[in-house]
Design a protein around this ligand. Structure first.
Ligand SMILES: Cc1cc2nc3c(=O)[nH]c(=O)nc-3n(C[C@H](O)[C@H](O)[C@H](O)COP(=O)(O)OP(=O)(O)OC[C@H]3O[C@@H](n4cnc5c(N)ncnc54)[C@H](O)[C@@H]3O)c2cc1C
Length: 381
């Protein structure tokens, strides 16, 4: 494993950092306040190729490896975690499953749209099925050349803006996880109802909606993989997505850490800068330690994936560690700011709210521990 960035990666990092600083950073606080990331921001990212990060050039993407994708997500999350989750979901659990499990016709129909302009969404959670996603109740019944989908979904990131939804529904009620299939649903399809956005604690610029299906007709050609492959497709997508959540966590905590260091050097108490006080130094040291540990776990998971090795356990560890580190680091960043950390004038307040959900979506911390434990008990330590 080589920790240095390649020349290409350095150029990409500098370009995305420059873009984020100039185009997104000035608006991130307003996006949070107004609870919307405007379409223009997504268009700007699309123009730079960031909607097709993991899609090979032959399908119109830019074909980055996983480490580079994680690096871009981290950079975006440093200025706006809301925009970062939109792009992370789109790339890792929206577009990648189409590349990985789609047939050539599906790739030809959908990938050019996904890499050039349309956001995608991943919809498995339901009101009664979150961590235990295998309990999902939405049904898909085959009728002639279509499936008729009925049921409801919730917590769909990008659900308001998406052009395509990757939806999981039950094609066989008696077959447990093997009775779930995956479908590509197009925005505007009759029978698809998009609910209103949730009023969230953080990531407020990113929309999270419910969906309901009322005899929603999905052509058989839009089924991804074979009937019964859906659960396997979802789990495979989430393994990739978890590296993305870890990268979001890294970006948010890095931003909070930078603010904490700056503030500690400026603010004086007891006749000296906070940064001279050992109790504050210990906090900063511990923040740095956790940030570096998170980065290493992300790099390891990404490297395993890019070198074709199993990476699910490492992706779960990167997500678990990174998200818990992000809530801890952002919490401490507020502590370093004292009362000023508790008001919206200082960005650490937003970072703290944004970080919290990273321990929840794409599998809670408890579920990551289960994934890690099952893997090591099955495959060995
Ligand atoms: C902002 C946001 C965006 C989201 N985006 C998406 C999306 O794009 N697509 C999508 O499909 N879903 C999405 N989700 C849903 C998310 O993945 C679920 O919220 C998550 O998986 C947890 O499910 P739940 O909320 O039903 O909690 P529950 O499953 O009810 O869990 C409640 C608590 O019990 C714990 N628990 C449950 N089972 C176990 C167990 N066996 N052992 C130990 N502890 C357990 C959980 O860890 C948690 O602490 C999103 C959620 C949020 C908040």
């Amino acid at each position: 494993m080589d920790f240095d960035l390649s020349e290409d990666q350095r150029l990409i990092r500098d370009a995305v950092r420059d873009l984020c600083t100039k185009e997104f950073a000035p608006h991130a606080e307003r996006w949070d306040r107004e609870a919307i990331v405007p379409r223009d921001a997504v268009t700007t990212l699309a123009e730079h190729g960031f909607l097709g990060m993991a899609i090979p050039e032959e399908w119109g993407g830019v074909g980055y490896d996983t480490r580079t994708v994680a690096m871009v997500i981290e950079e975006i999350a440093r200025v706006s975690a809301a925009l970062a989750i939109m792009i992370s979901v789109h790339n890792s659990v929206g577009a990648v499953p189409v590349l990985r499990f789609g047939n050539d016709e599906q790739k030809r129909r959908f990938l050019p749209r996904l890499v050039s302009r349309e956001l995608s969404a991943f919809s498995i959670s339901e009101p009664g099925a979150g961590s235990d996603a295998g309990q999902l109740q939405a049904t898909a019944v085959r009728r002639d050349g279509n499936y008729l989908l009925n049921g409801s979904k919730n917590w769909v990131t990008n659900g308001e803006q998406a052009g395509l939804y990757l939806v999981f529904a039950r094609t066989d009620k008696s077959a447990g996880n093997r009775g779930v299939s995956a479908f590509i649903v197009e925005r505007g399809a009759p029978g698809l109802i998009v609910g209103r956005a949730e009023d969230k604690m953080g990531l407020r610029g990113s929309d999270t909606v419910s969906l309901s299906f009322h005899d929603l007709q999905v052509p058989v050609e839009n089924r991804l993989g074979a009937e019964g492959d859906g659960f396997r497709i979802a789990l495979g997508a989430l393994d990739v997505g978890r590296i993305g959540v870890a990268a979001q966590s890294l970006g948010v905590m890095t931003a909070a850490f930078a603010e904490a260091v700056k503030y500690a050097q400026q603010r004086e108490a007891f006749g000296q800068p906070l940064a001279k006080i050992q109790a504050i130094q210990f906090k900063l040291a511990e923040m740095e330690r956790r940030i570096q540990c998170a980065r290493l776990l992300i790099q390891r998971a990404a490297w395993l994936k890019d070198s074709g090795q199993p990476f699910a356990r490492e992706a779960a560890m990167a997500k678990l560690y990174g998200s818990e580190a992000a809530t801890w680091v952002t919490h401490q960043a507020i502590q370093v700011h004292g009362g000023y950390g508790y008001v919206k004038e200082y960005a650490v307040e937003r970072y703290y709210r944004d970080a919290r959900v990273m321990e929840i979506y794409e599998g809670t911390s408890e579920i990551q521990r289960l994934v890690i434990a099952r893997s090591l008990l099955k495959d060995g330590v």
